[in-house]
Design a protein around this ligand. Structure first.
Ligand code: PLP
Length: 493
């Protein structure tokens, strides 16, 4: 494409995106295509001839309408309430476009100083906005911050840093390593342990110990302590604990300070053991001072990560990772072949983010975060979170007021887990079945999209299938939440 052709098509594409955003409410939220439905509309073989210029692009715009749109689940729909949100926003999309347009690769400071230095500064801003302790920031003597792709990658790098630190403090390389998290922790903890060879397969319950939770689905420190002491007595090496602040199923919050105290009491802390906080979704709420209590005890943690790509108006992918021990991270991840050597790196005066992550190459992801922080300002971000939390409170109230329904876990910020109550004499599996059918009915309508989870039973009760109302799309308003509730009540039977 010539510069002029690029300009013409670029304008047309931005128009298409703006129109998409304006009409996103008119599409079924969850895609209704059958498996293979998209592939069946694509040619089996790649085109031999190119489009031959701007006019040829009409066929691409036609395919966007005919092939792509029906095959989308509309994550940016205001009636998307499934999983956790994946907020995009105009400023973030423009940052992403600019990042692609500039096409720089920021693996080393010297391969694009702006990519590194903007990233460091915006993460420090974010640390200030979320009230993280000083020693997680790049300006501290030992800490630092980096954008990872995802919370899963953040957990993985924290885990390898932890193992390296414990090893350097005297543990043998072939120690029998054990990592801990609650039963409600995200599966990425297990995956990280599988990737770094700590867990031998996804069924390995001996090397990733999933600790039972309390009535609020938060990790029980007494159970963690028991597990750690058992492992120590058996000669195994506890080296990593992941505390979840805002669990995927119900938004449960593990007691960070108490977990840190367990590590100290058992001697795991002195042996180099690491406490990571996975706050993938809830971390965004820390921009509001009234939610800072979620991270009570954060100063005992070694690392923390959250996803601006979930709830902070920044499109996927963007994970903010902070550590108090950047040396441990670099010890674990830094390898320097001759072809990457340069005088800036050798001077020690710069950050080379390739040493802070799994891949070598990296995009200029900080641009979108920079645009978001500048466009909305702290006030705009707080207003965004507060409105969703308010809508979560409304939804919770409506559930409580309807005698057919119950709230199944304490509301966490803007996430409400709820279900149809059991009927007299009904078996637990029949109650689950009615709830599953309700969710299927409302999702099949195309008007909303909710997801589900199974919460562990408490007080001797069996596990329960529950629906999750996760409010957080950029354009969700009270009328969308109200419409979702009316649909649920009308479909409840
Ligand atoms: N951790 C928690 C608590 C999550 O809720 C999620 C996703 O929902 C993840 C980790 C995984 O996030 P990512 O897709 O960024 O790896």
């Amino acid at each position: 494409l010539s510069a002029e052709e690029f300009r013409e098509l670029g304008h047309r594409m931005v128009d298409w995106i703006a129109d998409y955003q304006a009409r996103v409410e008119s599409f079924p939220v969850r895609s209704q295509v059958a498996p293979g439905g998209v592939a069946s509309k694509l040619p089996l073989h790649p085109p031999e001839e190119g489009l031959g210029g701007v006019r040829g692009w009409d066929s691409i715009f036609k395919d966007l309408e005919d092939i792509i749109l029906p095959g989308l689940t509309h994550w940016q729909s205001p009636s998307f309430f499934a999983y956790f949100p994946a907020n995009a926003s105009g400023p973030a999309v423009l940052g992403e476009l600019l990042s692609a347009g500039l096409g720089v690769q920021g693996m080393l400071w010297s391969t694009s100083p702006a990519a590194t230095e903007v990233e460091t500064r915006v993460l420090d801003w974010l640390a200030e906005l979320t009230g993280l302790p000083e020693d997680f920031r790049s300006t501290s003597a030992t800490g630092g911050c980096v954008i990872q792709g995802t919370a899963s990658e953040a957990t993985l790098v924290a885990m390898v840093a932890a193992r390296e630190r414990v090893r350097r403090l005297g543990a043998p390389v072939d120690a029998e390593w054990v990592a801990y998290a609650s039963t409600q922790a995200h599966s990425s903890v297990l995956k990280a342990a599988m990737l770094c060879g700590v867990a031998h397969g996804s069924e390995d319950k001996a090397h990733v110990r999933l600790i039972e939770t309390d009535a609020r689905y938060a990790l029980r420190p007494d159970a963690l302590e028991r597990a750690i002491r058992e492992d120590l007595a058996a000669g195994r090496r506890p080296f990593f604990v992941c505390a979840t602040v805002g669990s995927t199923s119900s938004g449960a919050v593990d007691p960070v300070r108490a977990v840190g105290e367990v590590l100290a009491r058992t001697g795991v802390r002195d042996a180099g053991g690491w406490l990571h906080i996975d706050s993938a979704w809830a971390g965004a709420a820390l921009v509001c001072p009234e939610h800072r209590g979620l991270l009570e005890g954060v100063e005992v943690a070694d690392s923390l990560s959250f996803n601006p790509h979930k709830w902070l108006l920044t499109n996927f992918d963007c994970n903010a990772f902070y550590t108090r021990d950047r040396k441990a991270l670099l010890d674990a991840l830094s390898v320097t072949p001759e072809y990457l050597r340069n005088s800036a790196s050798a001077s020690g005066a710069v950050i080379d983010y390739r040493d802070w992550q799994v891949p070598l190459g990296r995009r200029f992801r900080a641009l979108k975060l920079w645009f978001v922080l500048r466009h909305y300002g702290a006030q705009g971000l707080r207003a965004h979170i507060r409105e969703h939390v308010r809508l979560g409170e409304c939804f919770e109230r409506w559930v409580v007021e309807d005698e057919r329904f119950e709230v199944s876990a304490p509301r966490s910020l803007s996430l409400v887990c709820f279900r149809l109550k059991p009927r007299l004499g009904e078996t637990p599996s029949d109650t689950d079945g009615r709830n599953r059918a309700l969710m299927e009915r409302v999702n099949a309508s195309g008007k909303v999209f909710l997801s589900h989870t199974v919460l562990p039973g408490v007080d001797g009760l069996p596990p329960r299938y529950v629906l999750r109302m996760a409010i957080g799309s950029t354009t969700t308003e009270e009328r969308h939440v109200r419409a979702a509730w009316e649909l649920l009540t009308a479909s409840a039977g």
